[in-house]
Design a protein around this ligand. Sequence first.
Ligand code: NAD
Length: 264
Amino acid sequence: MERVLEGRTALVTGSTSGIGLGIAMFYAQAGAKVMLNGFGKPEEIARARAEVGAAMGGGEAPYSAADLSKPEQVRQMVQQAEAELGKVDILVNNAGIQFVAPIDEFPEDRFDAIIAINFTSNYHAIKAALPGMKARGWGRIINIASAHGLIASPYKSAYVAAKHAVVGLSKTVALEIAQTNITCNAICPGFVRTPLAEAQIPPLAAKFGVSEEVALKDHLLEHQPSKKWVEVADVAQMALWLCGPNSGAMNGSAFSVDGGWTAA
Ligand code: NAD
């Protein structure tokens, strides 16, 4: 991979698995120093740190165990990244959770947790990282929203509300920093192939009495016109592009990576 991020540093939240880990790997392979964050079994976290560390040229990638539902821990994570990486040039707000239920049955604690982790943590992290970016005169803020940041689906009230809020926050921050060399954008993936998402196929196949191929195309990817997964690398490529050469004019946009979902 071309080392377009040589000399840059990045903090990627929720990067112990899935999309966040994919973005961290792309950034490391492109020459950036990357700090990881997220939960997981100790061996999974160690593997992620070793993989990203190897892509950075050896050793373990720095890591923060911050729980992003806690504002104080979000602030501490940014401080730790500034201390261990020397600076935070690129902030990727990626950590997220999901819960599905009708609004009148939606548990309050799940609703509050989704808003806190998927949305409010973005505000706290941006607020903490932006002064350093302004002082150095360069920065990239990338918020991983979702197709559900642009359109809704039933039973996902908290997630859809949080992801719409992420898109709105991204636009507002973009306007506030429009005359600096800092940009703020959202990425809106459709259904991405991750272990958690793939695990939904066998139960769906059993529920509808169909093959796993039919369960994927007709049920899980019902709204994704491509009828194919978005790959983690597709999202990571977009996240890299937003930090690379000639990316300074892309500001305040919500970039769909969704196999055509939101075009329909
Ligand atoms: P994932 O479950 O594989 O990864 C989520 C990451 O967030 C993990 O590292 C997890 O440990 C971390 N996390 C969860 N709660 C946390 C907390 N309180 N504090 C710190 N870290 C926490 O999921 P993913 O599919 O890779 O999703 C990543 C992002 O992409 C999420 O914001 C998700 O909403 C979004 N997204 C995913 C898809 C998809 O199809 N997979 C589609 C659109 C958007």
